[in-house]
Design a protein around this ligand. Structure first.
Ligand code: FAD
Length: 259
């Protein structure tokens, strides 16, 4: 089988010999997070509506105008991690998205948690350079841990972003087929998605695909569409998790490599 299957989010979909090149593109400009609005909990919010729709009541910035802010309102436990004898209950090595997620989760409990990171900031490893796709789970080998948790994890991102505001966009994904053999592979991915309990998957024909993505390569004959796949900026995500963990009392130390 050829290897033309590209996730449209990762690939860029323009073509130089595109027979649609001269066609008037009528789609509106895409929204850009931070320009005239933001993505919140997966959906776009215009700048004018931000304050009304998602500002945190008595948020830390408002508090800090009137008095010193000793604990961020996002905090859930507001305890400090350091114990008097300098011993911690939990040591997390590495402040990528995984270490930062664990730190944030553990900060809900009355535990003293220490994060030690070799680099000089959060998100300096693989997290910094990843594509930021929040996958839906149709690609994972059935009955593996990844297959079990990808879909439920995907479904957690909207709530997570409504709490932490790292700019999650639920923009969907297209796995694009250029040949009949590719279409068979899409069928296999669809079936895998069903086994993995992934909802809302749909195989689009050429016309449906063109309607959804007018810039697609004209060779494309169909796609597997998942409306639930999303995108985020990986370092914004890791920083938001780590900041919230720190708000809750987790201690983070940088530039120390654990041997
Ligand atoms: C090119 C690319 C694209 C990707 N795209 C996606 C995607 O679109 N979607 C997706 O879900 N996944 C994607 N991934 C996978 C994803 O990036 C990783 O699964 C994820 O970043 C792993 O996070 P982590 O926190 O475990 O690792 P890291 O982000 O690498 O964090 C580990 C941290 O531990 C620190 N560390 C290591 N050893 C020590 C030590 N001894 N002492 C102290 N600190 C230490 C490192 O400095 C680092 O900061 C992609 C990966 C790559 C490479």
């Amino acid at each position: 089988m050829n290897e033309p299957l590209l996730n449209a989010q990762e690939s860029g979909t323009t073509s130089t010999d595109n027979k649609f090149r001269d066609k008037q593109i009528t789609t509106s400009k895409p929204n850009i997070h931070g320009t005239k609005g933001v993505y919140v909990a997966g959906d776009w919010v215009d700048l004018e509506d931000c304050d009304r729709l998602f500002n945190i009541k008595n948020g830390s910035c408002k508090q800090s105008l009137s008095k010193a802010c000793d604990a961020c309102p996002r905090s859930q436990s507001r305890h400090a991690a350091e114990t008097k004898d300098g011993v911690y209950d939990v040591l997390i090595i590495g402040a990528g998205c995984i270490g930062s997620s664990i730190a944030r989760e553990l900060s809900r409990y009355k535990l003293s948690v220490l994060v030690v990171e070799a680099a000089d900031d959060v998100s300096q490893g693989a997290t910094k350079g990843n594509s930021g796709i929040v996958h839906a789970g149709y690609d994972d080998t059935p009955h593996t841990v990844r297959a079990k948790y990808c879909w439920p994890g995907n479904q957690m991102f909207a709530k997570l972003d409504s709490e932490l505001h790292f700019g999650y966009q639920r923009n969907g994904s297209l796995v694009v087929a250029n040949t009949p053999a590719d279409m068979k592979h899409l069928d296999a991915l669809y079936e895998r998605g069903q086994i993995n309990n992934v909802k809302n998957l749909k195989i689009l024909n050429q016309e449906e695909l063109r309607e959804k993505e007018p810039h697609i390569n004209p060779q494309a004959i169909g796609a597997l569409y998942s409306p639930d796949a999303g995108n985020l900026i990986p370092y914004e995500y890791a920083v938001a998790l780590a900041e919230n963990a720190a708000d809750n009392g987790v201690v983070c130390i940088y530039s120390i490599n654990i041997p």
